[in-house]
Design a protein around this ligand. Sequence first.
Ligand SMILES: C[S@@+](CC[C@H](N)C(=O)[O-])C[C@H]1O[C@@H](n2cnc3c(N)ncnc32)[C@H](O)[C@@H]1O
Length: 674
Amino acid sequence: MKEGTASYTARSVAARRLSYDRVAAPYGDPAADDALSRDVAAGMAPRPTPMHEYIRARTAFFDHAVVDAIARDITQVVIGGAGYDGRALRYARPGVRWFEVDHPATQADKRERLSRLGLDVAHIRFIPADFTADPVAGPLRGAGLDPARPALFLFEGVAVYLEAAVTERVLAGFRAVTTDAGLLAISISVGAATSQARARFRERVAEMGEPARTTLSFGQASDLLAAAGWEVTQPSERQRSAGLLLARAATAGRRERTSVTPAGGSGRPPATAAPDTERTRLTPGPPAASPAGRAAASPPASPPPADLPLSALLSQALVAFTIEADNEAEYRIAHRTTSHGLAPGAARGAPWLTSLLMWANCLRFLPDAGITVGELRDRARTGTNLDGMRRWRYVTYTPDPGPGKRPGPAAIITPTPSGIAARDIWQQVTADVEAHWRRRLGGGPFDALRSALTGLVGQLDPALPDCLPILGPGLVSGRDLRPAADPRSPGTLAPPPFRAAGLPLWALLSRPLLAFALQYEREPGPSLAISADILRVLTEAGVPVKEIPARGGVSKESVAIALGTLSKSGLVTEGPDPGGSRFRYARLTRSGALARDEYPVLAADIEADWRVRFGDDTITVLRQALEPLAAGDPAPLLAGLAPHPGNWRAHAKPLQVLPHYPMTLHRGGYPDGS
Ligand SMILES: C[S@@+](CC[C@H](N)C(=O)[O-])C[C@H]1O[C@@H](n2cnc3c(N)ncnc32)[C@H](O)[C@@H]1O
């Protein structure tokens, strides 16, 4: 909370609620609640983001908690961090008393609005309190809360803004003024963001208003509640993953002190306040390392797979598959490279090497006799590097548009003899690599992976291409897509019948990754590729530009493109090493640091949205299948990455890090830039 300023987040939640259907009750004054929300929302137009859907579900959860409690004859409702929550109006019922505890600045603003709008608040008691400093139990009693009768306590959208220890103390204060029949409804932030990202996020936005401070796993939240005297009731999987929890007052004998370290914690010791006292002040932990002191040091350690966004898990698997296939293709296809010339045994007319992607978006669709460029586009549902494929000797065009020119959609694209050979070898290589994966992972885990992917892919848009598109300007994924061909319009091909279970593994990995990227890129800000691979590894103190490829697991070429884009948008500056070395440094600006910290938050939002749209189980089983592949040292995903000893790639620096989003550039995307 900014000193003396009403909560902005509370206003935005109220504005969103105007567009939700609310749980109905045969009492109360919904119009009064709406009038307050409209007053608060003036000028705010919430966008239909995943956050909007999350707050819709959260609102329904708390509405139900209130209506159910009132139906069970609970006659006291306490709203902690009430903001502009208008439930005391919407669900006003004779005989039910309401208590709103909130930060003085927000509460003063709310009361001014309620009074200006002439709304009846005689049944509500307002208790100003800054949770970080003020007690709540005494003032609640003082305001008339009867501790001998049960109450319902709401703590919606508040815990995320408080240190875990503060939340624990407030909840303990609530517990101190209710009976064993008391109830608590609370929302916690369960984002999959890494603790490092969370910590950075807190540091950067601390003075900008309302920093998100605490992310907890379900287990940590249960422990925190237990330490405060509350016992979580069994939530549904959906509530659990959305962090929407109901708890009963624990009886004194069952209360346990448990250590709680929030995932986004600052290294502070767990709360030490006794459950029924709120006087205890917390010992401040050691100060967080200064960003400058930390940032220029070694690259951040890779977070455990459970903390990685789903997109990063998919990316690592897809890139590992691609590298393995690229290595195998290098071994089997007679080819040449710019730096190494002709491969052993290759004839003089041999093509240059490309990556799996160029087979996936081009060669595999070409019959020996060729098809039109337009047909290729319809079949692939994304573009290919038309000029490159000709230059690299895989295809010819009739008529030939001439070097560097794009053939028109009616031109015939025909595979050369080398193209036909490469097409058929690639077909075999990808099938063989998939068989290697099955052998390496074991039939059970491999089948579980395929089946988990199939379960998700079957629910996605069938018109997605099987492979990732070549990234467009700004390294965005969504530029080069073609909507499903319209079977009614002459000259276009109907998409082939879609059966997710029949797709090869690389396509099963690519489709959800692309769907994730498209959703990510609907929000303003840098693309998923830039956010996940480049921004993620940058700091405000600066990172040597030459180290970025190794930190992000991507090519120099993609780093150069990303830094150009980031500099233009004011998120990064490039300059000399402050230490005086000859290496250039890339530094995040303040907005760059915020954009970096948005990545795990937005990725977690999308994952939460997918759980709602595609089913909790769908995402849970997919995570269960993907996480073990990235866990351990070395992770199973790295097991198949070694090139054949005779390959020229065998002399390249071995790859240490798999990217969190594949950098699919003009030639394909093998991270060494080949
Ligand atoms: C996102 S709003 C949620 C408001 C309300 N519960 C709702 O769902 O509409 C967060 C609320 O927490 C309150 N808050 C944040 N920090 C606080 C603190 N230190 N003490 C008291 N209230 C605080 C703000 O005033 C604000 O009302």
